[in-house]
Design a protein around this ligand. Structure first.
Ligand SMILES: *[C@@H]1O[C@H](CO)[C@@H](O)[C@H](O)[C@H]1NC(C)=O
Ligand SMILES: *[C@@H]1O[C@H](CO)[C@@H](O)[C@H](O)[C@H]1NC(C)=O
Ligand SMILES: *[C@@H]1O[C@H](CO)[C@@H](O)[C@H](O)[C@H]1NC(C)=O
Ligand SMILES: [Zn+2]
Length: 313
């Protein structure tokens, strides 16, 4: 099953793009400490000392369907507090490895890292009714894409070119592009699911390749891909639209266990530092709440899959 293929390239991207057999990649790649990526502190300080967010997702809802979803789940608050998943959903995952060269430092990830990351992703979703199947790995050598692409508007053209060239599948396939993010402090980004209605080709996740194999970045980004916001995105009120994530008004980094941070003291609960949708360290992030799972199920049925598991597109 060896294939070498030359995809269409826009003239602006003078890069060598080639697919390579996945197995060969893992033979060529030197193995690294699996924790190199995930133990790395998720925060960079720029010249002015601002903390750069580990996630570059724009969580603005563009479709009124998501806003209505927030309102409907909020109003059914008490009745549905004990949400137990009845439905199961399985999504395909296509790993799009975008590397500078054939070394690990250049982003050429070993297959074993991808397998381990898939297992971790599924462990994190245990009990939610949502699972992920690794269907393909597409390997591309492109130093320019590897080094330059991030979630910023300045790289929108590059991102679009990359997606148009490489993206596979429809509404039920999550394409995860592993990138270098050499010019940014973010570890990942995703589109929200309503984006699929407007621009299906742009529906994708990007993550820093060093967050594999055991990081929680892909879990966090998959949460956005299924409609979740950060618990702190809309301040104490209205918040993230999820009834059981305690209100939070600002990002928290690290893992301040025992500090009992409560950025919205007028509302119940301490800031949810252990939630997968936080900016805290990987080792600190352990779960989604039932309300988030309910939200994801509803977003899935609205944008990605119908009740019997057929793709919307
Ligand atoms: C996020 O997306 C919305 C809707 O397209 C846009 O109005 C807003 O400017 C974006 N925010 C950022 C920070 O890019
Ligand atoms: C959720 O319901 C509460 C109480 O009715 C209300 O104050 C809040 O604004 C609602 N939030 C959203 C996002 O609709
Ligand atoms: C591979 O790419 C990485 C990142 O761009 C670079 O640091 C490294 O020197 C390159 N290695 C080779 C052998 O070209
Ligand atoms: Zn995020």
């Amino acid at each position: 099953m060896y294939h070498l293929k030359w995809p269409k390239l826009s003239a602006a991207t003078l890069v060598l793009v080639l697919y390579w057999q996945a197995v060969l990649g893992s033979v060529l790649s030197p193995y690294k400490n699996p924790w190199t990526g995930s133990r790395r502190r998720n925060v960079n300080l720029d010249e002015e000392g601002w903390q750069e967010a580990p996630c570059g997702t724009n969580t603005t809802y563009r479709d009124s369907g998501l806003q209505q979803l927030v309102a409907s789940l909020n109003s059914s608050h008490n009745r549905r507090r004990q949400f137990i998943p009845q439905q199961t959903y399985t999504f395909n995952v296509v790993w799009q490895v975008i590397a500078s060269n054939f070394t690990y430092e250049g982003g050429w990830l070993p297959d074993l890292y991808i397998q381990a990351q898939m297992e971790q992703l599924n462990r994190n979703y245990e009990g939610t009714g949502i699972s992920w199947v690794h269907t393909d790995t597409v390997r591309t050598i492109s130093p320019y894409w590897h080094e330059s692409i991030d979630s910023s508007s300045g790289t929108f053209g590059l991102r679009s070119a990359m997606y148009h060239t490489l993206k596979r599948g429809g509404a039920t396939t999550m394409n995860v592009y592993t990138l270098g993010f050499t010019k940014t402090g973010i570890n990942g980004y995703s589109t929200m699911p309503d984006r699929f209605l407007i621009a299906p080709t742009l529906d994708a996740v990007g993550i820093r390749f060093t967050t594999l194999p055991l990081g929680n970045t892909v879990t966090h980004e998959s949460g956005h891909w299924l409609g979740l916001q950060h618990p702190f995105d809309r301040g104490c009120d209205p918040g993230d639209g999820v009834y059981d994530t305690p209100a939070q008004s600002r990002e928290i980094f690290g893992c301040p266990i025992g500090e009992n941070i409560d950025s919205c003291p007028d509302q119940p609960g301490l800031d949810p530092i252990h939630n997968f949708m936080e900016y805290t360290d990987d080792s600190c992030r352990t779960h989604f709440t039932p309300g988030q799972v309910e939200f994801m199920h509803t977003a899935i049925q609205t944008y990605r899959m119908n009740a019997v598991g057929e793709a919307r597109n």
